[in-house]
Write a protein that binds this ligand. Structure first.
Ligand code: ADP
Ligand code: MG
Length: 701
């Protein structure tokens, strides 16, 4: 084996000159032989299948047609100047169109010779056309046909414009294989290969680029997907174990008076089974001499606050302080109020610190924090200020963490010798499919059960044309004493238009619901924070009945009396956002409603989103659908996890393979944690490469 070979710069490959090398680098990030080898096809086309002109459909993505160019003419002026060839077979005519390279083509194209034209088919008026087709004389085409399945590689417009077409990539791949075919050493253990009947590595690579048959291709894909997922899982599992053994933390060995008194005498309600389970999980972690870093997921209203409190009581029982940080002032105030109420019988000292805390009050808080008089501090980012020094912070709880960066979080760490335990609470569920793959066994607790007696929020979809009925419904609800949210989208790209929509909406609602009978709050991102707070507070206090807002109200506000959520232009929101918004209602005893307003024109994806919302209230189910619609890119934590770097596997589509890969990764780590066993030699070597190149596919040599 020659480990250097695959790291050869791409410039040295036959067929790649300095220009192509620069293009491959800038467009596809291909630097080395290895990178080209890892350029996996997006799909395969059957090059033995030809279409007749009469068989073409507007829905065809790419098609291959055999015919003759019977004439060439130049049409149009300036930017729309183009050369059009009439392409004819025995069933009809279509057009081939070129916007560039006219002279070159005129010199080479043979009128009346039989060509195979391949490309994306479009229909204008009643004529089909292919712009910049790949053209090959039929005779050549048949001679060159190595395999029925021709790979289609990822590409960019610039690449094809500069002549690095799919055919060129295919040729380069052939040249590459001549060079490296002996370099592809096995990376999995004999046991795994045998048990799963996997295709050997070199064969798999060959077949992914030059498939001999459909079954061979399927086996090659399976093998490479398995490999990718296996090493991703191995990495996650090892990283997680390292983390556990490395970061020391203060063990809370006592379960003492605070916790026990609260649990036996002052619980305001019976905990749900899910809450009990999560409290046990946290309690176990806190008892260890390692730092807890746990994510607590629970849908809106699932009761995370009381769990947070019980964790804080464990800290207090061990003579530590605790803090809880929330992303907004309103949320911190609400947390402060509900926690103070719960703690009342316990004689705990608890304070609130936010941006608007008075200087005199701050001074007291700073002092009490440092001398240990203060047990629990609740607040906003203000907690991260340098002046805030805890005597002994044992537990930091962060609510709705997506608003806090990692850097901010680690600031909390530096207030002690050892880092405090960290509990992050979020209402954005991570789909189970992803949780397993992304977090390995990172510590995630899930409250997957709502407290008993909750009324399901009724969700309906209404078209804009029915607005008057919706207004009538709002009026009835307000008459019953309820409050109503009306939310407008605000997307950065169309900000000006969106503000106009919001203002128009506000005006028409003000007309329908005139003062003084009705009071309306409005909150949006262009307002000063103080004005926002003021308007929000009027609604919280019940002084206004309607809150017109952009998505700024998404996070955490608790107004139990609000029972109607109207979402305007609902088709423009993502699923998780819709679900978060809906979670603003349904917090009180009354039946709550969510009304999704849209126009008539809806894409398939929007329809799926709306149907999902009207079908279910289950955040996890919604998250699964969202994952299928959007892919894992937007989901928390995926950035670091490596799922986005996957080149061939897809954690959603290939979830079955993932599960198998994961169980094999566990098996290996369990039996041979340092991969010393000769049987695992290949795995060990490959894993070292993965770590070295920080990319799963950079290890083959
Ligand atoms: P979230 O998870 O959204 O933060 P909260 O902790 O604010 O939810 O709880 C929502 C509401 O449910 C609160 O009013 C809380 O008192 C109540 N609650 C929480 N747990 C239970 C339970 N086990 N039984 C009844 N009510 C509960
Ligand atoms: Mg909450």
């Amino acid at each position: 084996m020659n480990p250097g070979k695959l790291q050869t710069p791409i410039d040295y490959l036959k067929g790649v000159g300095p220009n192509r090398a620069a293009l491959l680098r800038s467009e596809l990030n291909i630097q080395t032989y290895q990178d080209l080898l890892n350029l996996f096809p997006n799909r395969y086309i059957d090059k033995t299948q030809y279409y007749k002109v009469s068989q073409l459909q507007p829905t065809h993505a790419d098609a291959q047609v055999v015919g003759r160019i019977i004439n060439l003419k130049t049409l149009g002026e300036g930017r729309s100047k183009r050369m059009v060839g009439t392409f004819k077979d025995d069933t009809g005519m279509m057009e081939l169109v070129w916007f560039r390279g006219h002279k070159w083509l005129r010199d080479r194209l043979k009128i009346n010779a039989i060509y195979v034209a391949y490309g994306k088919v479009q229909k204008f008026d009643s004529t089909y056309s292919i712009a910049h087709p790949e053209l090959e004389l039929l005779e050549e085409h048949e001679k060159n046909l190595r395999s029925a399945m021709q790979p289609v590689y990822p590409s960019t417009e610039k690449l094809s414009n500069k002549g690095v077409t799919n055919r060129v990539l295919n040729l380069l791949m052939q040249n590459l294989f001549l060079e490296v075919k002996n370099e592809l050493t096995e990376s999995l253990s004999p046991t795994i290969l045998e048990n799963l009947k996997l295709m050997p590595k070199n064969e798999a690579f060959f077949n992914i680029h030059f498939p001999k048959s459909q079954p061979d291709l399927a086996r090659a894909q399976y093998r490479l997907k398995f490999e990718e997922l296996f090493f991703m899982q191995l990495q996650l599992i090892i990283k997680n174990q390292l983390h556990k053994s490395k970061i020391k933390g203060y063990p809370f060995s006592e379960i003492g008076a605070y916790f026990n008194t609260f649990y036996t005498e002052h619980l305001p309600f019976e905990l749900t089974d899910a809450q009990k389970r999560v409290v046990r999980e946290i309690r176990h972690d806190l008892g260890q001499p390692a730092q807890m870093n746990r994510l607590l997921q629970g849908d809106v209203g699932s009761g995370k606050t009381i769990v947070a409190l019980m964790a804080m009581l464990m800290a207090l029982d061990n003579d530590f302080q605790a803090c809880l940080m929330a992303p907004t002032e309103i949320l911190s105030v609400q947390h402060f109020q509900s926690l103070s109420a719960l703690c009342k019988p316990l004689k705990i000292s608890i304070s609130l610190l936010t941006g608007s805390s008075k200087t005199s009050k701050r001074r007291v808080i700073h002092e009490q924090l440092e001398n240990g008089e203060l047990n629990i501090l609740i607040g906003t980012h203000a907690l991260l200020e340098d002046k805030v020094k805890f005597k002994n912070l044992g537990l930091a709880i962060i609510d709705e963490q997506h608003r806090f960066g990692v850097a901010q979080r680690s600031k909390l760490w530096h207030k002690n010798e050892l880092p405090p335990h960290v509990l992050i609470m979020t209402a954005t569920p991570i789909p189970r499919t992803l949780a397993m793959s992304v977090y390995g066994d990172l510590d995630v607790s899930v409250i997957d059960e709502l407290p008993p007696g909750r009324k399901q929020i009724k969700t309906v979809h209404r078209f804009d044309a029915n607005r008057l009925k919706v207004f009538r419904f709002i009026r009835d609800e307000i008459k019953k004493g309820r409050q109503v949210y009306v939310v407008y989208p605000l997307i950065q790209e169309s900000e000006a238009l969106d503000y106009k929509d919001l203002m128009d909406g506000f005006e028409s609602i003000s007309r329908e619901f005139p003062m003084p009978e009705y009071q309306i709050s409005i909150v949006h991102g262009q307002m000063k924070p103080a004005d926002k707070e003021y308007e929000m507070n009027r609604f919280v206090k019940g002084e206004t009945q309607i809150m017109v807002a952009t998505t700024v109200i998404e996070v955490g506000v608790n107004v139990p009396n609000a029972s109607v959520m109207i979402i305007e232009s609902a088709e423009r929101f993502g699923l998780s956002q819709l679900h978060q918004l809906r979670g603003r209602v349904g917090r009180g005893a009354d039946q709550s409603y969510c009304i999704l307003m849209t126009g008539h024109k809806l894409s398939e994806t929007s329809k799926t989103r709306l149907q999902t919302m009207t079908r279910t209230n289950d955040g996890f189910e919604i998250a699964e659908v969202d994952l299928k619609l959007r892919g894992p890119g937007d989901i928390m934590g995926t950035q670091q996890s490596g799922v986005l770097n996957l080149k061939i596997a897809d954690v959603v589509a290939d979830n079955d393979i993932l599960k198998i890969a994961r169980s094999y990764a566990w098996e290996i780590i369990k039996n041979d944690p340092s991969l010393k066993n000769p049987e695992n030699k290949a795995v060990r070597r490959t894993y070292a490469q993965v770590m070295k190149y920080k990319n799963i596919w950079n290890y083959i040599s």
